[in-house]
Ligand binder design. Structure first.
Ligand code: UDX
Length: 443
């Protein structure tokens, strides 16, 4: 059955969710306070890079099932189900999450709800937020208790956002057990297609739903930092962390996924989510429970420093050297440079006196806004020309597949740091390169 849905926020999460809901057969209106974003999306243009999304967006803007507006009133009049997909960035100078955007949606939307409506929050929020917002909605909505709020965390990965939205591995819906209302029933209708495919559908209380999301991200961050900590030990002993991860990954209890040692995690979620989780635990008086996340964060940030010291080891003093940094996005198939380890490394090398040329297939424009003093080029050849060192910082397929002999002809000195352990090391060594991986062989 087709539902009338609104999605507040049209970033990576909101725009994908809106298009995904239209693909599932619903009628959707996306809402954003940024008129430029709304204008572009209305023209079928995605303002960021996400594979598969432009096609889906265009399809449903053309079919008339998907439109965008800056007017919350239009959304309130049109839709019965309202998703919140706005950002919860890290507060400036603090670990806690900035709730300004989520709060603003509630303060704007709730007073416009004059008939029964369901709000489903998707944004990642500190535990306790949903209960607070549910009460606020009842207080502000003219329809009173018939305006209900549940929490439906989003687990999509950038780069796979469309796939994850259309075929999620699980659905979680948090409701207030004392006041469950129609929330579960509405969510079951919205996600009927996935539920029919036997996608696990878990109904929890509000706090559990909020915690599911941050715990999942904290676990993933911990897994990455675990292998990066082991990489440090490998570096001190000559062991190979990639072989090690393969071997421990065969244990089904451990699993090989997210044991990719390298420059560590970045992006708009993992770093800020573990910090917000620690901040919230502190407020709840259980800060000790999450003290280990400080170490997770610390190990992660050390990876970036490690690449800088490797560069120094390979070249001596950095001033006067030319470094090609391949990659600026926090991961491949994305143009997102939020807390990107790649861009951080490029910037740090520059600050230490190296002349840094960056090439990323999609993220150059975003990177330039944050680091305008670096040089950005459109291809590998321009980046590597006369370089004393090449740093592979994001594992784009086109970098993985580079021909080491061809790249050798571009550079001045054949030295490479494989910041993502994504190159065929032996082939590069055989082609005459001095190769440094992360927690693995050096030659
Ligand atoms: C993450 C969660 O995976 C997703 O479920 C949640 O909804 C949002 O946050 P995302 O930020 O898109 O998704 O990226 P993810 O694929 O998790 O990668 C995060 C970072 O970890 C990237 O910088 C990636 O390069 C790094 N990473 C990942 C590693 O360093 N090693 C790995 O083995 C895996």
């Amino acid at each position: 059955m087709s539902e009338r849905i609104s999605v507040f926020g049209t970033g990576y999460l909101g725009a994908t969710h809106a298009a995904g809901m239209a693909e599932l057969g619903h009628e959707v209106i996306g809402v954003d306070i940024d008129p430029e974003k709304v204008a572009r999306l209305s023209n079928g243009e995605v303002p960021f890079f996400e594979p598969g999304l432009p096609e889906l967006l265009r399809k449903h803007v053309d079919s008339g099932r998907l439109r965008f507006t800056t007017d919350a009133r239009e959304a309130a009049e049109f839709a019965d189900v309202h998703f919140i997909g706005v950002g919860t960035p890290q507060k400036k100078g603090e670990y806690a999450a900035d709730m300004t955007f989520v709060d603003a949606v509630i303060e704007t939307l709730a007073p416009l709800l004059t008939r029964p409506a369901t709000i489903l929050g998707k944004s990642t929020v500190p535990v306790g937020t949903a209960a607070r917002l549910a009460a606020r909605v009842r207080e502000l909505a003219p329809v009173g208790d018939d305006a209900q709020l549940g929490w439906n965390p989003e687990f999509l990965r950038e780069g796979f956002a469309v796939e994850d939205t259309l075929r999620p591995d699980r659905l979680v819906v948090g409701v207030d057990p004392a006041n469950p209302g129609r929330i579960e029933e509405v969510a079951r209708r919205v996600y009927a297609e996935a539920i029919e495919r036997d996608t696990p559908f878990l109904v929890t209380d509000l706090a559990t739903a909020e915690l599911v999301k941050v715990s999942a991200n904290a676990f993933l961050a911990t897994k990455i930092s675990f292998i990066n900590a082991i990489a440090e030990v490998c570096e001190a002993t000559g062991a190979d962390v990639v072989d090690l991860a393969d071997a421990i990954g065969h244990d089904a209890r451990i699993g090989r996924k997210f044991l990719g040692a390298g420059l560590g995690f970045g992006g708009g979620c993992l770093p800020k989510d573990i910090r917000a989780f620690m901040a919230r635990a502190g407020e709840l008086g259980v800060d000790q429970a999450l003290t280990f996340l400080r170490e997770v964060d610390g190990v992660n940030m050390r990876r970036r420093e490690h690449v800088i010291s490797l560069a120094g080891e390979l070249m001596g003093d950095l001033p006067g050297t030319r470094v090609a940094v391949l990659g600026a996005a926090f991961k491949p198939n994305s143009d997102d440079i939020r807390d990107s380890p790649a861009l951080d490394v490029a910037g740090k090398l520059h600050l230490q006196g190296a002349t840094v040329t960056v090439h990323d297939p999609e993220a150059n424009a975003n990177a330039k806004k944050v680091w305008p003093t670096l040089t950005y080029v459109d291809n590998v050849e321009d980046a590597c020309r006369d370089a004393d060192l090449v740093v592979v910082a994001t594992e784009w397929t086109q970098f993985r597949e580079l021909d080491p002999t061809a790249v050798k002809d571009m550079v001045k000195h054949a030295r490479v740091i494989d910041g993502r352990n994504c190159l065929p090391a032996q082939a590069w060594i055989d082609a005459g390169w001095t190769y440094r991986g992360m927690g693995r062989l050096a030659s």
